[in-house]
Design a protein. Structure first.
Length: 108
């Protein structure tokens, strides 16, 4: 199980800073996700461009945002939730890879 990340996590700070210049509560879940992923990729680099719609992580974040009341959260709280969602997805993806490898190798 993945624990929620801390507000002091560099990725959370980067996402929060990336959202602040915008009226982010009025953005679509897709645009918030693109900005968040660019911030995570660049860890706060000012010139980090939003990721493409084809980034596999987009669906993870868009689904997360669609399923919660994110517009009622602060920028810090939504940033923390987005990074936690990414960590959870990454953890589950790695676990799936391990299980598939085990099954393909005939150990299951």
């Amino acid at each position: 199980m993945v624990r929620p990340v801390s507000l002091s996590d560099a990725r959370v700070r980067a996402v929060s800073e990336a959202l602040r210049p915008y009226a982010w509560r009025g953005l679509t879940p897709e645009m918030v996700s693109r900005l968040a992923l660019a911030a995570v990729n660049g860890h706060g680099a000012a010139d980090a461009a939003p990721v493409t719609r084809h980034d596999v992580r987009m669906g993870v974040l868009v689904d997360f945002l669609t399923g919660c009341q994110w517009r009622s959260l602060t920028a810090g709280a939504v940033s923390r939730q987005l990074v936690t969602a990414l960590d959870t997805w990454h953890h589950e993806s790695r676990w799936l890879e391990i299980e598939l490898r085990r099954l393909l190798d005939g150990d299951g």
